[in-house]
Design a protein around this ligand. Structure first.
Ligand code: SF4
Length: 316
Protein backbone atom coordinates (compact mmCIF):
# COMPACT_ATOMS: atom_id res chain seq x y z
CA UNK A 1 0.00 0.00 0.00
CA UNK A 2 1.23 3.52 -0.75
CA UNK A 3 0.23 6.15 1.75
CA UNK A 4 -0.08 9.87 1.10
CA UNK A 5 -0.04 12.17 4.14
CA UNK A 6 -1.05 15.81 4.46
CA UNK A 7 -0.87 18.00 7.55
CA UNK A 8 -3.36 20.74 8.31
CA UNK A 9 -3.21 23.49 10.91
CA UNK A 10 -6.23 23.64 13.24
CA UNK A 11 -7.10 25.43 16.50
CA UNK A 12 -6.29 22.38 18.52
CA UNK A 13 -2.97 21.83 16.84
CA UNK A 14 -1.77 19.90 13.84
CA UNK A 15 -4.16 17.33 12.46
CA UNK A 16 -3.14 14.44 10.29
CA UNK A 17 -5.07 13.18 7.29
CA UNK A 18 -4.25 9.93 5.62
CA UNK A 19 -5.15 9.25 2.05
CA UNK A 20 -4.85 5.55 1.46
CA UNK A 21 -4.50 4.48 -2.13
CA UNK A 22 -4.10 1.02 -3.54
CA UNK A 23 -0.60 0.48 -4.88
CA UNK A 24 -2.05 -1.15 -7.94
CA UNK A 25 -5.30 -0.69 -9.76
CA UNK A 26 -6.84 -2.41 -12.71
CA UNK A 27 -5.79 -0.87 -16.02
CA UNK A 28 -8.44 1.66 -17.03
CA UNK A 29 -10.12 1.75 -13.61
CA UNK A 30 -10.59 5.24 -12.13
CA UNK A 31 -8.28 6.75 -9.55
CA UNK A 32 -9.67 7.34 -6.05
CA UNK A 33 -11.77 10.50 -6.19
CA UNK A 34 -11.91 10.44 -9.97
CA UNK A 35 -15.35 10.82 -11.62
CA UNK A 36 -16.65 8.43 -14.20
CA UNK A 37 -19.98 8.77 -16.00
CA UNK A 38 -22.05 5.65 -16.54
CA UNK A 39 -24.96 5.72 -19.02
CA UNK A 40 -28.34 4.36 -17.99
CA UNK A 41 -32.05 4.95 -18.23
CA UNK A 42 -34.25 6.84 -15.79
CA UNK A 43 -37.03 4.68 -14.40
CA UNK A 44 -38.76 7.35 -12.34
CA UNK A 45 -41.55 7.47 -14.90
CA UNK A 46 -42.41 5.54 -18.01
CA UNK A 47 -40.79 8.06 -20.37
CA UNK A 48 -37.43 6.28 -20.18
CA UNK A 49 -35.07 9.25 -20.55
CA UNK A 50 -31.41 8.47 -21.11
CA UNK A 51 -29.24 9.50 -18.19
CA UNK A 52 -25.62 9.41 -17.15
CA UNK A 53 -24.65 8.89 -13.55
CA UNK A 54 -21.51 10.36 -12.08
CA UNK A 55 -19.70 7.70 -10.06
CA UNK A 56 -16.99 8.56 -7.57
CA UNK A 57 -15.26 5.81 -5.60
CA UNK A 58 -18.00 3.37 -6.57
CA UNK A 59 -20.82 5.63 -5.36
CA UNK A 60 -23.42 7.36 -7.53
CA UNK A 61 -23.15 11.11 -6.89
CA UNK A 62 -25.08 12.94 -9.61
CA UNK A 63 -27.55 12.30 -12.40
CA UNK A 64 -27.57 14.23 -15.66
CA UNK A 65 -29.34 13.71 -18.97
CA UNK A 66 -27.61 11.83 -21.75
CA UNK A 67 -27.20 14.23 -24.69
CA UNK A 68 -27.10 11.30 -27.12
CA UNK A 69 -30.42 9.83 -26.05
CA UNK A 70 -33.23 10.47 -28.56
CA UNK A 71 -35.98 10.91 -25.96
CA UNK A 72 -34.48 13.72 -23.91
CA UNK A 73 -31.29 14.85 -25.73
CA UNK A 74 -29.56 15.66 -22.45
CA UNK A 75 -32.52 17.03 -20.50
CA UNK A 76 -33.62 15.51 -17.22
CA UNK A 77 -36.49 16.63 -15.01
CA UNK A 78 -36.46 17.23 -11.25
CA UNK A 79 -37.90 13.79 -10.60
CA UNK A 80 -35.10 12.18 -12.60
CA UNK A 81 -32.49 14.30 -10.80
CA UNK A 82 -33.90 13.21 -7.46
CA UNK A 83 -33.54 9.48 -8.19
CA UNK A 84 -30.43 9.48 -6.00
CA UNK A 85 -32.70 10.17 -3.04
CA UNK A 86 -34.34 6.84 -3.73
CA UNK A 87 -31.00 5.09 -4.04
CA UNK A 88 -29.75 6.38 -0.70
CA UNK A 89 -33.08 6.32 1.13
CA UNK A 90 -32.40 4.77 4.55
CA UNK A 91 -35.62 2.73 4.25
CA UNK A 92 -34.67 1.24 0.91
CA UNK A 93 -34.80 -2.56 0.85
CA UNK A 94 -31.29 -3.68 0.02
CA UNK A 95 -31.71 -7.44 -0.31
CA UNK A 96 -34.34 -9.95 -1.46
CA UNK A 97 -36.91 -10.55 1.26
CA UNK A 98 -38.27 -13.84 2.58
CA UNK A 99 -41.48 -13.97 4.57
CA UNK A 100 -40.76 -15.35 8.03
CA UNK A 101 -44.07 -14.68 9.79
CA UNK A 102 -47.70 -15.40 9.05
CA UNK A 103 -49.20 -14.01 5.86
CA UNK A 104 -50.37 -10.47 6.32
CA UNK A 105 -48.19 -9.76 9.34
CA UNK A 106 -45.56 -8.08 7.18
CA UNK A 107 -42.65 -9.90 8.77
CA UNK A 108 -39.82 -10.39 6.35
CA UNK A 109 -36.12 -11.09 6.64
CA UNK A 110 -33.21 -10.56 4.27
CA UNK A 111 -32.20 -13.49 2.13
CA UNK A 112 -29.57 -13.90 -0.57
CA UNK A 113 -30.29 -13.71 -4.28
CA UNK A 114 -29.16 -17.31 -4.61
CA UNK A 115 -31.59 -18.56 -1.95
CA UNK A 116 -34.39 -16.36 -3.27
CA UNK A 117 -33.96 -17.56 -6.84
CA UNK A 118 -33.69 -21.19 -5.72
CA UNK A 119 -36.94 -20.83 -3.75
CA UNK A 120 -38.66 -19.33 -6.82
CA UNK A 121 -37.35 -22.10 -9.11
CA UNK A 122 -38.52 -24.79 -6.68
CA UNK A 123 -41.97 -23.23 -6.35
CA UNK A 124 -42.36 -22.89 -10.15
CA UNK A 125 -41.17 -26.47 -10.73
CA UNK A 126 -43.78 -27.95 -8.42
CA UNK A 127 -46.67 -25.79 -9.69
CA UNK A 128 -48.85 -26.69 -12.63
CA UNK A 129 -48.19 -24.09 -15.40
CA UNK A 130 -51.85 -23.10 -15.60
CA UNK A 131 -51.69 -22.13 -11.92
CA UNK A 132 -48.79 -19.76 -12.42
CA UNK A 133 -49.58 -16.05 -12.64
CA UNK A 134 -46.90 -13.70 -13.87
CA UNK A 135 -47.37 -10.06 -13.04
CA UNK A 136 -45.11 -7.51 -14.69
CA UNK A 137 -44.85 -3.75 -14.57
CA UNK A 138 -43.73 -2.91 -18.12
CA UNK A 139 -45.89 -4.11 -20.96
CA UNK A 140 -43.74 -2.58 -23.67
CA UNK A 141 -40.04 -2.82 -24.37
CA UNK A 142 -37.62 -5.60 -23.59
CA UNK A 143 -38.94 -6.30 -20.10
CA UNK A 144 -42.45 -6.92 -21.39
CA UNK A 145 -41.10 -9.15 -24.17
CA UNK A 146 -39.03 -11.05 -21.63
CA UNK A 147 -42.07 -11.77 -19.41
CA UNK A 148 -44.10 -12.92 -22.42
CA UNK A 149 -41.35 -15.30 -23.53
CA UNK A 150 -40.94 -16.57 -19.98
CA UNK A 151 -44.65 -17.37 -19.62
CA UNK A 152 -44.68 -19.03 -23.06
CA UNK A 153 -41.67 -21.17 -22.12
CA UNK A 154 -43.42 -22.27 -18.93
CA UNK A 155 -46.73 -22.87 -20.69
CA UNK A 156 -48.32 -20.44 -18.24
CA UNK A 157 -51.11 -17.95 -19.04
CA UNK A 158 -50.03 -14.67 -20.61
CA UNK A 159 -48.55 -12.26 -18.07
CA UNK A 160 -50.67 -9.54 -16.53
CA UNK A 161 -49.17 -6.07 -16.52
CA UNK A 162 -49.91 -3.57 -13.82
CA UNK A 163 -49.45 -0.14 -15.34
CA UNK A 164 -50.49 3.29 -14.21
CA UNK A 165 -54.27 3.46 -14.79
CA UNK A 166 -53.88 6.35 -17.22
CA UNK A 167 -51.81 4.14 -19.53
CA UNK A 168 -54.67 1.68 -19.82
CA UNK A 169 -56.98 4.56 -20.69
CA UNK A 170 -54.52 5.82 -23.30
CA UNK A 171 -54.14 2.38 -24.84
CA UNK A 172 -57.89 1.96 -25.03
CA UNK A 173 -58.32 5.41 -26.57
CA UNK A 174 -55.59 4.66 -29.13
CA UNK A 175 -57.27 1.38 -29.96
CA UNK A 176 -60.63 3.04 -30.52
CA UNK A 177 -59.37 6.05 -32.45
CA UNK A 178 -56.27 4.75 -34.22
CA UNK A 179 -56.73 0.99 -34.17
CA UNK A 180 -53.44 0.34 -32.34
CA UNK A 181 -52.85 -0.85 -28.78
CA UNK A 182 -49.58 1.00 -28.31
CA UNK A 183 -49.24 4.30 -26.55
CA UNK A 184 -49.38 6.91 -29.31
CA UNK A 185 -46.56 9.36 -29.85
CA UNK A 186 -47.58 12.95 -30.54
CA UNK A 187 -45.32 14.80 -32.95
CA UNK A 188 -45.53 18.14 -31.19
CA UNK A 189 -42.31 19.53 -32.66
CA UNK A 190 -43.67 19.43 -36.24
CA UNK A 191 -47.16 20.65 -35.36
CA UNK A 192 -48.57 24.05 -36.21
CA UNK A 193 -51.34 23.87 -33.66
CA UNK A 194 -51.58 21.83 -30.48
CA UNK A 195 -54.82 21.72 -28.51
CA UNK A 196 -54.39 19.75 -25.32
CA UNK A 197 -57.56 18.99 -23.40
CA UNK A 198 -56.79 18.09 -19.80
CA UNK A 199 -53.35 16.67 -20.54
CA UNK A 200 -50.68 18.44 -18.51
CA UNK A 201 -47.91 17.05 -20.68
CA UNK A 202 -45.24 19.44 -19.43
CA UNK A 203 -45.97 18.61 -15.78
CA UNK A 204 -46.09 14.84 -15.91
CA UNK A 205 -47.86 12.47 -18.34
CA UNK A 206 -45.71 10.56 -20.86
CA UNK A 207 -42.41 12.41 -20.97
CA UNK A 208 -42.28 15.97 -19.68
CA UNK A 209 -38.61 16.29 -20.67
CA UNK A 210 -39.23 15.18 -24.23
CA UNK A 211 -42.39 17.21 -24.73
CA UNK A 212 -40.84 20.34 -23.23
CA UNK A 213 -38.13 20.12 -25.87
CA UNK A 214 -40.67 19.28 -28.58
CA UNK A 215 -42.78 22.30 -27.66
CA UNK A 216 -39.71 24.55 -27.79
CA UNK A 217 -38.92 23.18 -31.26
CA UNK A 218 -42.50 23.74 -32.38
CA UNK A 219 -42.20 27.39 -31.42
CA UNK A 220 -38.61 28.24 -32.24
CA UNK A 221 -37.12 25.35 -34.20
CA UNK A 222 -38.56 26.32 -37.60
CA UNK A 223 -37.59 29.85 -38.61
CA UNK A 224 -40.63 31.80 -39.78
CA UNK A 225 -43.08 29.14 -38.66
CA UNK A 226 -44.15 29.25 -35.03
CA UNK A 227 -46.71 26.76 -33.77
CA UNK A 228 -49.49 27.71 -31.38
CA UNK A 229 -50.35 25.81 -28.23
CA UNK A 230 -53.70 25.98 -26.42
CA UNK A 231 -54.20 24.20 -23.12
CA UNK A 232 -57.73 23.45 -21.88
CA UNK A 233 -57.53 22.50 -18.24
CA UNK A 234 -59.37 23.31 -15.02
CA UNK A 235 -56.29 24.54 -13.18
CA UNK A 236 -53.31 26.69 -14.06
CA UNK A 237 -50.78 23.88 -14.28
CA UNK A 238 -47.20 24.32 -15.42
CA UNK A 239 -48.41 23.24 -18.86
CA UNK A 240 -51.22 25.80 -18.84
CA UNK A 241 -48.76 28.48 -17.72
CA UNK A 242 -46.56 27.70 -20.73
CA UNK A 243 -49.40 27.69 -23.23
CA UNK A 244 -50.13 30.52 -25.66
CA UNK A 245 -53.68 30.38 -24.38
CA UNK A 246 -55.25 28.70 -21.37
CA UNK A 247 -58.92 27.72 -21.42
CA UNK A 248 -60.07 27.36 -17.82
CA UNK A 249 -62.60 24.63 -18.48
CA UNK A 250 -65.00 23.55 -15.73
CA UNK A 251 -63.58 20.47 -13.93
CA UNK A 252 -65.04 17.31 -15.45
CA UNK A 253 -66.36 19.11 -18.53
CA UNK A 254 -63.27 18.54 -20.71
CA UNK A 255 -65.12 15.92 -22.77
CA UNK A 256 -67.96 18.35 -23.43
CA UNK A 257 -65.48 20.91 -24.71
CA UNK A 258 -63.96 18.30 -27.03
CA UNK A 259 -67.36 17.28 -28.37
CA UNK A 260 -68.48 20.87 -28.81
CA UNK A 261 -65.36 21.57 -30.86
CA UNK A 262 -65.96 18.38 -32.83
CA UNK A 263 -69.52 19.51 -33.58
CA UNK A 264 -68.29 22.83 -35.00
CA UNK A 265 -65.61 21.14 -37.08
CA UNK A 266 -68.02 18.53 -38.44
CA UNK A 267 -70.58 21.11 -39.47
CA UNK A 268 -67.85 23.26 -41.07
CA UNK A 269 -67.37 20.59 -43.73
CA UNK A 270 -63.59 20.80 -43.29
CA UNK A 271 -63.25 17.31 -41.87
CA UNK A 272 -62.54 14.54 -44.35
CA UNK A 273 -65.59 12.35 -44.92
CA UNK A 274 -63.84 9.23 -43.71
CA UNK A 275 -62.80 10.87 -40.43
CA UNK A 276 -66.24 12.38 -39.94
CA UNK A 277 -67.80 8.93 -40.41
CA UNK A 278 -65.40 7.40 -37.88
CA UNK A 279 -66.27 10.09 -35.38
CA UNK A 280 -69.98 9.47 -35.83
CA UNK A 281 -69.43 5.75 -35.34
CA UNK A 282 -67.71 6.44 -32.04
CA UNK A 283 -70.15 9.10 -30.86
CA UNK A 284 -73.49 8.49 -32.58
CA UNK A 285 -75.34 11.05 -30.47
CA UNK A 286 -75.31 14.67 -31.64
CA UNK A 287 -72.58 16.83 -30.09
CA UNK A 288 -73.77 19.70 -27.91
CA UNK A 289 -74.50 22.94 -29.71
CA UNK A 290 -72.07 25.83 -29.29
CA UNK A 291 -74.07 27.77 -26.70
CA UNK A 292 -74.99 24.65 -24.75
CA UNK A 293 -71.41 23.35 -24.77
CA UNK A 294 -70.03 26.75 -23.78
CA UNK A 295 -72.40 26.96 -20.82
CA UNK A 296 -71.61 23.41 -19.68
CA UNK A 297 -67.83 23.75 -19.83
CA UNK A 298 -67.71 27.40 -18.73
CA UNK A 299 -65.68 28.59 -21.71
CA UNK A 300 -66.96 31.51 -23.78
CA UNK A 301 -68.71 30.48 -27.00
CA UNK A 302 -66.60 32.93 -29.06
CA UNK A 303 -63.42 31.34 -27.76
CA UNK A 304 -64.59 27.84 -28.61
CA UNK A 305 -65.62 28.95 -32.08
CA UNK A 306 -62.32 30.75 -32.68
CA UNK A 307 -60.29 27.75 -31.54
CA UNK A 308 -62.27 25.44 -33.82
CA UNK A 309 -61.54 27.82 -36.71
CA UNK A 310 -57.83 27.95 -35.86
CA UNK A 311 -57.69 24.16 -35.59
CA UNK A 312 -59.36 23.71 -38.96
CA UNK A 313 -56.96 26.19 -40.58
CA UNK A 314 -53.79 24.60 -39.16
CA UNK A 315 -51.74 22.61 -41.64
CA UNK A 316 -50.31 20.16 -39.09
S1 SF4 B 1 -39.37 12.53 -17.60
FE1 SF4 B 1 -38.15 12.79 -15.73
S2 SF4 B 1 -38.77 11.11 -14.42
FE2 SF4 B 1 -39.48 10.59 -16.46
S3 SF4 B 1 -37.87 9.33 -17.33
FE3 SF4 B 1 -37.44 11.46 -17.93
S4 SF4 B 1 -36.07 12.27 -16.36
FE4 SF4 B 1 -37.00 10.39 -15.56
Amino acid sequence: MATGVSLLEACSGPEEQYLVQPARRKPGSPLPGESTWVPGMCQQCSAGCGIQVRIVDGNARKIEGNPNHPVNLGGVCALGQSALQELYNPDRILAPQRRVGDKGTGTFADTTWEDGLNAAVTAIARTSPDHIAIIGADRSGLTGALWRRFSEALGAPAPAFVEAPELEVERRAAQIVLGVTDIPYFDVSHSDYVLSIGSAFLDRWRSPVHYTRALAEMRRGRPGRRGRFVQAEARMSLTAANADEWLAVRPGAEGILARTLAGILLSSGKIEKENAARYRNLFPEDPPGLEEGAALCAVAAEKIERIATELAAAEN
